[in-house]
Design a protein around this ligand. Sequence first.
Ligand code: ZN
Length: 55
Amino acid sequence: MKKRSKDCAICNTAFDTMYRIQHKNPKTWVFVCKTCLVKVKKDNPLYTYGGTWKR
Ligand SMILES: [Zn+2]
């Protein structure tokens, strides 16, 4: 099923603006919301920022 918005990979909530990041192994791209972005990037050597996605 296709949706117009993406769900955050961590809190499973849809937002209009999402952040494309890698934050764990294996390194795959996931979309997260700003709140989760701030949480996972803190002290995280695996964190990589890949861009912002807007609906
Ligand atoms: Zn989230």
